[in-house]
Every structure is written in C-alpha cells, then in structure tokens.
Design a protein around this ligand. Structure first.
Ligand code: TXA
Ligand code: MG
Length: 346
C-alpha cells in the first residue's frame, strides 16, 4: 500500500485533513499521528480487526496490550468498569497529558486490544492534532508508538516512515514531539497505584497527587541492580550493540571505553551529553542528546540520538547515563532497555 503523507500545523491543523484521516480510522485503517510524547500508530480501538492490523504492521507480539486514546475525560466511562478515587484524582490533575491509567475494562473493549487482560490502559493526550483526530474519528483510538517492534519510538514523521512506509495508510506530520519519551503508565487497579512505566509525568508529580506509589517489580529491580543482558526482549534498540555507563564517573568511563574500542579497530558510536561529546576523539560517531543537566532536553532528543546510527554505521556504542530525578527516571529506563541491560557502573 502507498502511505499517504499529510503535513499539518501543530496548533491549527487543517480540519479537512483531519477529517480524511479520521475517515481512514473509522473504516479500519491505520493512521500514524503526533502526540506530545511520541508518534502513535492509530486504529479504531473498538474494532478487533483494526487492532490486529497494528500488531501486523509493527511486528508486535500480540500479548503486549495497546493504549486506548480518548478526546474527552468523560469517554473513559465507556471503557472502564469503575474509576477509583486515586485514578479520578490523577485524571483531574494530569489529563490531558502524558499519563496513561490502567483500569478494569468494560465489555466493549476487544480482547485484541488488551491482549486478553481484564484491564485497559487509557490516555487523554494533550496534543491538539491527536485530540481533534480522535474526536473526529468518534471512537477511542488504539495507538502504540509508531515504530517497528524493538526499535526506538519515533518522535518525527520521518522516523515513522523509516519504519512503516508502505505498511500503514497514512501519517500526519506536525513536526517533532515536545516530550520525546512515552507517557507514564500507572496501574490504578492495585490498592496502592503501581508505576509500570516512567514517562512524561514524573514520579515526583505522581507522589504529589497520590502520596504513595509502588514501583512495578521489574522497574524496581532494574533501577536497584542492573539485570543480566538478554534477560528481557529488546526494546528501543539502536543499530549496534550498546553498553550503558551509569554513575558519577560515567563521562570519564565512556571516554576510556571509546578510546579502547577505537584502538581495537572498532567503529565506535557514543550517545552522550554535549559536555562529554566535546572531549571525545573525532573518530567517534557522536549522537548528542543535550546538556547533561537538562533532563527535559535529553528526553526530547533521546530517540533521535538512538536512531542516529541507522545512517552512520558503527560496531559498538557506549551511552552516558544521567541522574535519575524528574524526567531522568524515564530517560534511564529507556537507555537501560536500549542497552539490553548491558550496564557498567562508574
Ligand atoms: O506516550 C505514549 O503512551 C505513546 C503515545 C502514542 O500515546 N504510546 C505508547 O504505546 O507508548 P506503547 O504500545 O508503545 O506502550 C504501551 C505500554 C506498554 O508498555 C504496554 O505493556 C502497557 O502500556 N499497557 C497497555 N495496556 C496495559 C494494561 N492493560 N495493563 C498494563 N500495561 C498495559
Ligand atoms: Mg512502544
């Protein structure tokens, strides 16, 4: 199939273009669209066959459930059996925005969307283009990140097309996404809400509203002690094996490691801060994610940095870790996964 490309204004998108895209969604097709976090690959969230097309286009394992995106917070009642008080508080505070809430689902949600789970993940995005598209489609829109399964999520329409051109019906291009990492996922079906995925709404922000948050066991484990490589399926993987260097001495150890690898004859890549990049040998292929102390800028540039090596081939990559506060928690979560948990402590 030929993928239709539409350029739209981020704040004032052309209604006719959105109506065309909404029509494709209603008829069971796939439309990639921008959100404030990353580009999503949308389908009619109440249509099991349309959802199945998402899995096929991405090569995504069918047991990994999808997020349903809505245009108004009232629409959550169609999808969720009940809204616990803590979920209502989160919605009031952080919707629309980069927060996904897991709730007990109603029968209108197809098994194909939830991977057969009794729960459903719901998000009300802040992006004007996303919300107008969902409103015009008139149905909840199932949308994972619009990348081939295992690859870094797309933060531009060009990254979407690099992965999915010819496999989806259309893409709406509204330029780069503001936040750059995916939404925070919080499970509100547990007595104390559980953080499943750190993202645009930080742990500190969740604690302000909830007082208490549990970390999912996989998340707690990977932050406390690095897991052994290969323990998990690949995610966000760049085009060559990557090792993440964490800790206060990360910058110095990255310098040492890339120098050794160059001496051994490898083509070497580095995913690093601007400060560290300035100190690396010129032979290193550098993907700079921003100033070391600016976690928001780093989040916004992270996936583009990981995709840098698609066009500039290397044999090995070293990445410099950052401090884990604020958006830094989400950045480090993605870097650890992108490294397949190959981690060095410095
Ligand atoms: O920012 C975002 O959330 C983006 C944009 C497009 O909205 N979407 C996104 O979707 O990141 P995806 O499919 O790449 O990630 C969805 C995450 C997965 O980790 C999935 O396992 C989890 O949400 N999830 C979905 N439904 C769930 C459920 N019922 N219970 C637990 N986790 C769920
Ligand atoms: Mg994804």
């Amino acid at each position: 199939m030929e993928t239709k490309y539409y350029l739209v204004d981020k704040e004032h998108p052309d209604k006719r273009i959105l109506a065309e895209a909404a029509d494709i969604l209603r008829r069971g097709g796939l439309v990639a669209f921008p959100t404030e976090t990353v580009y999503g690959l949308g389908a009619n969230g109440l249509d099991a066959q349309a959802a199945a097309r998402i899995y096929a286009a991405k090569g995504r394992p069918s047991d990994n459930p999808l997020i349903l995106h809505i245009a108004d917070s009232g629409d959550v009642a169609l999808l969720a059996r009940r809204i616990p008080a803590n979920a209502a508080a989160l919605m009031a505070r952080y919707w629309p925005g980069p927060l996904t809430i897991v709730l007990d689902r109603t029968d209108v949600v197809p098994d194909a969307v939830t991977g057969g789970l009794s729960t459903v993940a719901v998000r009300l995005p802040a992006s004007t283009v996303a919300r107008e598209l969902i409103r015009l489609a008139g149905v909840p829109v199932a949308a994972p990140s619009a990348n081939t399964s295992g690859r870094p999520s797309p933060t531009t329409a060009q990254a979407v097309l690099a992965d999915l051109s010819g496999r989806i019906d259309a893409v709406l291009d509204a330029g780069p996404c503001d936040i750059g990492v995916e939404s925070t996922v919080v499970d509100c079906t547990t007595p104390v809400p559980t953080l499943l995925r750190p993202g645009g709404i930080t742990l500190e922000m969740l604690l302000e509203t909830l007082g208490e948050v549990e970390l999912d066991s996989a998340l707690a484990e990977s932050t406390a002690t690095p897991r052994s490589p290969g323990m998990k399926y690949t995610h966000y993987a760049p085009a060559a094996p990557m090792t993440l260097v964490e800790g206060a001495g990360a910058a110095a150890m990255v310098r040492r490691k890339v120098t050794e690898a160059l001496a051994a004859g490898w083509r070497v890549g580095a995913v690093v801060s601007a400060e560290t990049a300035a100190l690396l040998p010129s032979a290193v292929v550098k993907a700079v994610y921003g100033p070391r102390d600016d976690a928001a800028a780093i989040a916004a540039n992270l996936y583009q940095a990981l995709r840098h090596f698609d066009a500039c081939p290397v044999d090995v990559i070293y990445a410099e870790g950052i401090t884990e506060s604020g958006l830094g928690l989400a950045v480090m979560n993605r870097l650890r996964k992108a490294a397949g948990y190959r981690i060095l402590q410095a």
